[in-house]
Design a protein. Structure first.
Length: 471
């Protein structure tokens, strides 16, 4: 890991060409109607190590999804660009064992949509399991005593502290397991007509019973979902005006996965006596592979994390780093400790730095804009793993930046940035790289965005000022 000692003691004097940068940023914040107490900005010249603009730059603030820049950056360095997640189906005696590896992409239908079966049809989540079921049948398996789902690569503390308790059913709060599948969510499709609402869902998670109390309506489209974890029921109520979709979390992903796989095995004539999770006293997963392993590259995970801002992907990387470093089940506590230490080694001790999860959903996370830019400037594109991280960050027109900077003059500079949002928190951090190769890291952390102000416009305006004055 390359350390930049010059970052530990930043110069606070800016070159003459950048003398007005801080003033213009301050003016933009005032014109946008924000008080300085809710906005932090840092702009760091990565070549000289100079802090060329800083507004409350050392004030700790909630980073929201800018947290992913910390997690994915460490994953690039700790796991490396050649790392692969690998999920296996093993046979041991009369048992089948699913050896989980914490892969957040397993069965992700967003990714599977780009894959096709030999007959030209799209590969689906259940289709992926059918490949395993057919392979087991071809291997001569007809009966299974126990289908054991071994998710012990991670612990079973599936959600981090500080996640919003009133939002845990939604996809962005998906539980993080050592065996994830289809992003640990159910996709519902609603279609009103003939006095009732038809509900279809995918994938067909085992153990989840849907109670449909939806009604067709001419106005007032609303859906309320109540998930009874103990009874395994999802009750849907409300009015459906037109065709719609909804994505909800599934609870106990490894158990539900095991039940679903058992169902796919039964469809090809393989009976399963019971499905269970691996117990603490079970030996490590071992046996004869009877189906092709399902492999996902870290590159795929990094892109989904930073382009699409999928929390599950970042949180799985955090726990996987913890497992890789310790050999124990990956945990929030251990992953956060490792990431905190890594950031401190690069930037110097920051008393305001607090890391609780990998994706930024927790309001207990905090970091200063200055620390974020120091972290970003520590990545060197001449290093393969560092460049791998930098390339995973979106440019305008990609991912979460698909609709950003459309009417903004960036003066020919390349911008890569990660956005972030949770309630009243808007953040953006990344790089501005000039045509001559000079590079700036920036971090804009807005905590307390209320009213009619436009935080996204302010973020874009600040980046445009950096491009104009810096390049």
């Amino acid at each position: 890991m390359r350390l930049f000692a010059l970052l530990a003691s930043l110069a606070f004097t800016a070159p003459a060409a950048l003398a007005g940068l801080q003033q213009e940023i301050g003016s933009a914040i005032t014109a946008a109607g924000y008080e300085a107490r809710v906005v932090s900005v840092a702009v760091l010249n990565c070549d000289s190590g100079s802090l060329v603009a800083g507004i409350a730059s050392s004030t700790p603030r909630i980073p929201a999804s800018n947290q992913k820049l910390l997690t994915s950056g460490l994953a690039a360095r700790e796991l490396g660009r050649d790392f692969q997640f690998q999920t296996q189906l093993l046979q041991r005696g009369h048992d089948l064992i699913v050896a989980g590896d914490g892969d957040p992409a397993l069965g992700d239908e967003h990714l599977l949509a780009d894959m096709h079966l030999p007959d030209g049809s799209n590969l689906t989540a259940t289709g992926l399991l059918d490949i395993w079921a057919n392979a087991a049948k071809e291997a001569g398996v007809t009966h299974v005593d126990s289908l054991i789902v071994d998710d012990r690569v991670f612990d079973r503390d599936w959600r981090a502290a500080g996640w919003p308790t009133d939002q845990l059913q939604w996809w962005y709060c998906a539980p993080v397991s050592g065996l994830n599948f289809s992003c640990n969510t159910i996709n519902f499709r609603f279609k009103p007509g003939d006095g009732r609402v038809t509900v279809n869902s995918s994938p067909p998670w085992g153990g989840a019973r849907v109670i449909n109390k939806l009604k067709p309506a001419k106005s007032g489209h609303v859906v309320h979902a109540a998930h009874d974890q103990l009874r395994g029921e999802i009750e849907l109520k409300g009015n459906i005006v037109k065709d719609a979709t909804l994505e909800l979390c599934i609870e106990s992903p490894p158990t539900s996965f095991g039940l679903m796989l058992a169902d796919r095995l039964a469809r090809v004539g393989i009976t399963v006596d019971r499905v269970r999770l691996a117990a603490a006293e079970d030996p490590p997963p071992a046996g004869t592979p009877i189906a092709p392993p399902i492999v996902t590259s870290l590159e795929t995970v990094m892109r989904r994390c930073n382009h699409d801002s999928y929390n599950l992907y970042a949180d799985a990387m955090l726990k996987r780093i913890a497992h890789e470093r310790t050999g124990r089940p990956g945990s929030w506590k251990e992953g956060s400790r490792i990431l905190t230490r890594a950031v401190e080694l690069i930037t110097g001790t920051d008393t305001g730095l607090q890391i609780v999860d990998g994706g930024g959903m927790s309001r207990l996370n905090s970091i200063s804009a200055r620390t974020m830019t120091q972290w970003l400037c520590s990545f060197d594109s001449s290093n393969a793993n560092d460049d791998f991280f930098i390339e995973s960050i979106s440019r305008p027109g990609e991912g979460k930046l698909a609709k950003r900077f459309k009417s903004v003059d960036l003066h020919g500079a390349e911008v890569r940035a990660k956005t972030g949002y949770i309630r009243n928190v808007y953040t953006m951090s990344g790089y501005v790289t000039c045509n001559d190769g000079e590079r700036y890291a920036f971090s804009i952390l807005i905590n307390g965005a209320r009213g009619n102000r436009n935080p996204k416009s302010l973020q874009e305006q600040i980046v445009a000022v950096i491009a104009a004055q810096g390049c």
